[in-house]
Structures are given as C-alpha cells and as structure tokens.
Ligand binder design. Structure first.
Ligand SMILES: *Cc1c(COP(=O)(O)O)cnc(C)c1O
Length: 401
C-alpha cells in the first residue's frame, strides 16, 4: 500500500486522515448536544445589545454578522478542509470555479501577468485567456511538462504559476519539487488545482505550493449531489481572497456545507477504494487487445510514473484510455455500457464515463481536437464505489462490440 495512507501528521494533532476527516475543525460539544454538525440556516446574525456590537466592531470579538461574510457551518467545513490539506486557512465556495476565479482576481491587477499550463481545466483556461485580458492582465499558456518554456515565460510582472495535477484527461503529473524551485527563483506564487488528487493522494502545501484549489464537488463531497469549491493556503493570502469573496458573493449555503461535511467523513475510505479499483481497471484495460492505450499515473507506462510515485499516495480514481477503431467503434462501446453512466464529473459513488470528443469538445473541429490529443476513441472513466468486477464486466461488454 502506498506510503501516506493514514499518515500521521504531527501538526494536525497527530491523528490520521481518517480520524481527522470525521472530527477535526469543530468542538466536541455542539449546539443542543447534537452529535452531527448543526446546520445554521440563517442569512443574518443578531447582536444582543450595544455592547455586543462594540465588542465586535472595536475589539474584534468573533461574530457572524451576515451570511455573505461567514456562517458557522461553513466555518467548520473550512477548518476541516484546512486540517486535511495541512493548510493554515481555507474558504469554501459555491463551486470549484467560484473558488478559482475569486482567487485569481484577488491576486492580480491591471498590468500583471500570469503563467498557466495548457491542459488546465477548460473553464479555468477560458477565464485566464479571455476574461483576464479584459482587465489588462497578461496570460501565457505553456505546454504542460516543459519546465524550461515555463520558466522562460515568467516576466517581472508575473504574479503566479497556475497548474493542475493530475490533469484532465491525460492525468499528467506536475512536478511540484521542480516548480517550487522555479517559483522561488523568480519570486512568484504557485497555485495548484488539486481536485483530481485530493489531500488523500497528494498535499501540495507539503511541497511548498502557496495555494491549493479544490472542486469539492468531486471526491471531497463525493456523492454527485452538490457543487462546492475551496481555496487553501497561508492565512495572509487567504485573508486577501476572503475579502474579495465577500464582494463577489460566491457563497455556499449552510445545507450544502452540511452535505460537504457529511461526504468528507468517508472521503479517505472512498478515495482509497477508488485508487484500488482504478488501478485494477487500468491493468485490465492495458492488457486488453481492443484497447490501444491507457493513461493512469500509477501504471509504469505513464510518462510521469516516477513523479507520481514520488509525490502521490495513490493514482486516483480516473482512468483514461483509447480503444482501437474509429468514432463508430467508440459509439458502439458507449452504447453497450449498462452500469457506467455516461456523464461528466468524477469522484462520486457512481462510475461515470465521458467521451471528450462527443461532449466537452463537441464544438471543436476534428483537427482542433486532435491537436489537443482528444481523439475519436478516447474515454475518461471516473470510477465510483461499485464492485470492481462489475465495472470490469461492463467495460468488457462494451469492448466486445
Ligand atoms: C470540476 C473541476 C473544476 C470546476 O469545479 P466546479 O465545482 O464544477 O465549479 C475545476 N477544476 C477541476 C480539475 C475540475 O475537475
């Protein structure tokens, strides 16, 4: 089993990730002696009297004033996520994209420049490439994995390097040790979207990354039933982002926070199982005669296998593969599946499969798609918690077509 399963982290109370996922970030004694986290479903918070107001405004005593400025249920989710990621502080958002865009906007101003790797999440790239330009912020998109080009792209005005690891759909692994050296040399911040790995498989802050972004919609909440996002890092940086968050207002509601907290309790169990299932499926696919190529970071055939083994505890729950044949073979494969649902997203209990050429890149020409490596027979499988044998039989049924 990989090295950091259930790793004890001294700075986090010496408890394992499994225990902290259930207990960290909240007092043992809760409202009305409830065992589970109370959902504080209110938009506003009241003062008892004038002294209470002044304790808050003049003495800085903690008080929740208004829902957009904070909520106790959300605060517990933030403390728990910070604990799991090994971060000083965290903000939860209504979606991963809200976390990403608010974070980026809080760190740049007109005249600044950023560097982002080319296989980042489609909407993140779109935001950086198109919308930031409207505010006079430069953006250089660099090919993933070329650290020389990345370093050369850094200018005096560069504020940060943004990347992901693993990426979608090829599960490329960003070398966090290399990037830390480059960032320190040029005094720029490092932002990592760590959605595909989660703090179970990889904790970028331990590698010196400044900011970690999570689409908690995926593994952290884990049940394909809510959208949520988080940003994590040093308090000083998070304070700056929180200040803009209060104006942008991408708030997560308290009930959603409860569902996120509920999902978090089982997240180490789920991710451990998804790692194991995905690894087995990757092996099955790699040895199948109708499969052309399999991309999984913990397969030795993956180009970043060594880095993955170095910085991750597990390969994650996503397996990308290309079958032999053409677009019509791909459609026949998809149509034969009875267990895997066809749909975007990942990290939930249901296994989902996507065909990027038909879904995310439907509006690209075939040439544009192929330039990005999105071929006609490429699939991304996001494994759920079903029995691995059942998922394999379903894939086998598809491949027989
Ligand atoms: C899903 C996803 C996002 C966006 O998160 P939402 O919660 O859907 O807004 C960002 N980055 C990655 C890597 C994702 O998979």
């Amino acid at each position: 089993m990989a090295k950091s399963y259930s790793k004890k982290v001294g700075s986090n109370g010496g408890k394992s990730l499994a225990t902290r996922s259930i207990h960290s970030g909240e007092p043992r004694r809760k409202y009305a002696d409830s065992l589970t986290t109370p959902i504080i479903q209110t938009s506003t918070f009241v003062f008892q009297d004038s002294r209470h107001i002044e304790d808050y405004t003049k003495k800085g005593k903690e008080h929740f004033e208004y829902g957009r400025y904070g909520n106790p249920t959300a605060q517990i989710a933030e403390r728990r996520l910070a604990n799991l990621e090994g971060a000083e502080d965290c903000i939860v958002f209504s979606s991963g994209m809200s976390a990403i865009t608010t974070t980026i906007l809080s760190l740049v101003q007109s005249g600044d420049h950023i560097v982002i790797t080319d296989d980042s999440y489609k909407k993140t790239l779109e935001f950086c490439r198109s919308y930031l330009k409207q505010f006079g912020i430069g953006c250089t998109i660099v090919p993933f994995g070329d650290y020389e080009v990345l370093e050369k792209a850094i200018r005096k005005s560069t504020r940060f390097i943004f990347s992901e690891s693993p990426t979608n759909p090829y599960l490329n692994i960003f070398d966090l040790v290399k990037i830390k050296k480059i960032a320190d040399k040029h005094n720029v911040l490092t932002l990592i979207d760590s959605t595909f790995s989660t703090p179970f498989n990889q904790r970028p802050i331990e590698f010196g990354m400044d900011i970690v972004l999570q689409s908690a919609t995926k593994y952290l909440a884990g049940h394909n039933d809510i959208l949520a996002g988080a940003v994590l890092g040093k308090k000083e940086l998070i304070d700056k982002i929180r200040s803009l968050h209060k104006s942008m207002g991408g708030l997560i509601d308290p009930h959603c926070c409860y569902l996120l907290l509920r999902g978090l309790k089982t997240f180490p169990l789920r991710v451990q199982r998804q790692n194991e299932t995905a690894m087995q499926i990757a092996g099955f696919l790699e040895s199948h005669k109708r499969v052309k190529k399999v991309y999984y970071p913990f397969l030795e055939s993956h180009p970043h296998y060594d880095v993955a083994k170095e910085q991750m505890a597990g390969g994650g729950g996503v397996v990308t593969f290309e079958i032999k044949g053409n677009l019509s073979t791909a459609k026949r494969f998809l149509d034969a599946l009875k267990l895997c649902y066809i749909g975007p997203s990942l990290g939930g209990v249901e296994t989902l499969i996507t065909h990027p050429a038909l879904v995310s890149y439907y509006d690209y020409t075939r040439e544009e798609r192929y330039e990005l490596g999105i071929t006609d027979t490429l699939f991304r499988l996001a494994v759920g918690l079903e029995d691995v044998e059942d998922i394999i039989s379903d894939l086998e049924r598809g491949l027989k077509q």
